[in-house]
Design a protein around this ligand. Structure first.
Ligand code: SF4
Ligand code: SF4
Length: 609
């Protein structure tokens, strides 16, 4: 019996994977893909399926775990955001050559815009480079269906398959017909074949030839062929679209009344594009407009500049999301309809994001500025990137780069005889993900800087997934926990101290001590340990304190500008600061921030430790 269920795109992808008999699923959280793994675990429990589901330490590890299940004959999936695929690219490219025996899906969620990423890169380009077929869902229901299609494709040709949703698919909600879960009847069976699974370069060349043959065959596989979605009347023009751009185009074809004179095709498998489809397009239509996000993957495979327009020709904007307003204008122009000159909505802007009220990262950044006022502050990927507002984040490159960049700044300045205080910040989850190799490197090379590991015991930015330090698994089960201090010391760091950053005066002193060590001896690590304010509040157990602003306040704005707690509001009418009681979480840290002592704890309150 089937059900109709309102599902978010990530939930639908997870449901499709579990329905199709996925046995092993691994992921590292990253928006817009974060919810996929927790949903898989939820559907696993509901279906009663026996599965291994895990938050891996990073995307490379996640891909290797799932891939290995797929060469043992099981169906397996790995999910990540698009920049996570960069981290996993090494095994991803190699896995394409070696192939699989069970179905293997790599779900890489792209973020055109970008809304919450360093880049708006198109995972399909990496799939092309790897020679991995890609499926491009246009809606949550389509994504759910393609999970099963992807496993079938993977097993038919013995290749990894990429499912590439975008933010609008991941986060949209849709009422979807859910099929029953398929019972699993497979046993893991790894058939030894070292010439394949441990192939040397001589065999790799043969495997590459074999992969090229598979890709040619996949370009003729009927189940993923492009579909003409409007009436089969003869037309001189065609629109070829994929993903969310297709969903917008289909709706706009009706609104603009162009369904009867322009052909509309949905491309489900942008790479490899079906060879017969390319031939038919070029034979049939004089003008072809390609709509896709974010790179011209389909367009470059219809390599005839005389007939084809899209991102490569400049007809479609070369960057940014293809919003409905943009597609409407493109379609109207393509159809020869009048186009309005009204300005398009700007992408981006809005209120400046800030750290949550009571967030201990704010205390760490404030203390870093106090201890090393003229320092250089490399930082990393996480909600703590918002330390930029507090003047304590100078660089953000990619996962783990805070530590390598701290070392790089030290080497560059010391080469020219300059000594500069360098204080790097990295979250606990990011440290486990990509911070350990650069820390070892920095110790070995004798770099001199302070590393502050912002240990809030969670992966906060992506929805509070557990870290390896928590001893909690993807389904809430108890796992082994990593001892962060022991790990740091095992990397060769001799100065490693842990403290609560909300104890501001003591924390500033500790940072000064760490800086003194770093100047003379090398890397010093300070673990700033305090639970995420949102998690602590939800869990209860932290007694909030009541805060008042006294008559001593002169309206100097120091607390507002340098500490930037959203609950500290500058009141233009009184020229003083006031506390927004609805926003304040009662952490009490601001008491140590006002140089005049004008922020006080109400006498009846009990200060939080
Ligand atoms: S509370 Fe203190 S720091 Fe904030 S504006 Fe008033 S005097 Fe300045
Ligand atoms: S006590 Fe102070 S720092 Fe903490 S949330 Fe309230 S206003 Fe912000």
């Amino acid at each position: 019996m089937s059900d109709r269920i309102l599902m978010q795109g990530n939930d639908a992808i997870a449901r499709g994977l579990v329905e199709a008999g996925c046995a092993v699923a691994a992921s590292y959280p990253g928006t817009p893909a974060s919810e996929i793994l927790s949903s898989i675990d939820r559907w696993r429990k509901k279906s009663g399926a026996t599965m291994h589901v895990e938050w891996a330490v990073n995307e490379k590890v996640a891909l290797e775990i799932a891939y290995t299940a797929a060469i043992s004959g099981l169906r397996a999936a790995v999910s990540m955001k698009q920049v996570g695929l960069n981290v996993a690219s090494d095994p991803f490219l190699s896995a394409a050559y070696l192939g699989v025996t069970g179905g293997f899906l790599v779900v890489s969620a792209d973020d055109p815009g970008p809304h919450s990423s360093q880049t708006e890169q198109d995972s399909r380009l990496l799939a092309m480079m790897a020679k991995v077929p890609v499926l491009d869902p246009a809606s949550p229901a389509h994504a759910m269906a393609l999970a099963g299609t992807g496993f079938d494709l993977s097993e038919t040709f013995g290749v990894p398959v990429m499912l590439r949703p975008t933010t609008r698919v991941c986060h949209a909600s849709q009422d979807i017909e859910a099929a029953p879960f398929r019972p699993q009847a497979r046993e893991a069976r790894f058939v030894k074949d070292p010439a394949r699974w441990a192939a040397t370069p001589v065999f790799r060349r043969k495997l590459h030839d074999r992969l090229a043959e598979k890709i040619a065959a996949i370009a003729a596989w009927p189940a993923t062929a492009p579909v003409r979605v409007n009436p089969e009347i003869s037309a001189a023009k065609a629109v070829v679209a994929s993903g969310v751009a297709f969903s917008h185009a289909r709706e706009l074809f009706g609104e603009l009344g162009i369904s009867g004179r322009i052909a509309l095709y949905q491309v489900v498998q942008p790479y490899p594009l079906h060879a017969a489809f390319i031939d038919r397009l070029l034979e049939t239509y004089g003008e072809i407009l390609v709509l896709e996000e974010s790179a011209p993957v389909i367009e470059m495979q219809i390599a005839d500049r005389r007939h084809v327009s899209g991102r490569m020709t400049g007809t479609v904007p070369g960057t940014g999301e293809l919003l409905p307003e943009i597609i409407e204008r493109l379609l109207a122009r393509f159809a020869g309809l009048p186009v309005t000159d009204a300005a398009l909505p700007s992408q981006g802007g809005g209120r400046r994001p800030t750290l949550c009220p009571g967030c201990a990262h704010r205390s760490s950044f404030y203390a870093i500025r106090k201890a090393a006022p003229d320092g250089i502050y490399p930082s990393d990927i996480g909600c703590y990137t918002l330390g930029i507002n507090l003047g304590a984040v100078d660089t953000v490159l990619c996962m783990g780069a805070a530590i390598s960049q701290a070392a790089g700044f030290d080497y560059a300045h010391r080469l020219t005889g300059k000594q500069v205080d360098i204080v790097a910040t990295i979250g606990d989850s990011t440290f486990y993900h990509a911070g350990i190799p650069p820390l070892i490197d920095a110790v070995v090379q004798g770099a001199r800087f302070v590393l502050v590991i912002l240990d809030n015991g969670t992966t906060a930015m992506t929805g509070n997934q557990p870290t390896p330090g928590t001893g909690i698994g993807a389904g809430g089960e108890t796992t082994a926990a990593v001892d962060m201090e022991g790990l740091v010391r095992a990397c060769g760091v001799r100065f490693c101290r842990t403290a609560n950053p909300d104890r501001l005066p003591e924390f500033v002193e500790l940072l000064k001590e760490a800086l003194a060590h770093a100047r003379e001896e090398g890397v010093a690590v300070v673990i700033a340990r305090q639970p995420c304010a949102m998690v602590a509040r939800a869990a209860g157990g932290v007694e909030p304190v009541a805060i008042v602003i006294t008559e001593e306040c002169t309206g100097c704005r120091h607390c507002v500008d340098r500490f930037e707690c959203p609950a500290l509001v500058f009141d233009e009418a009184t020229n003083r600061v006031r506390i927004d009681g609805m926003t304040c979480n009662g952490c009490g840290v601001c008491v140590s921030v006002c140089p005049l002592g004008a922020i006080e704890q109400e006498p009846a309150g009990e200060k939080r430790p």
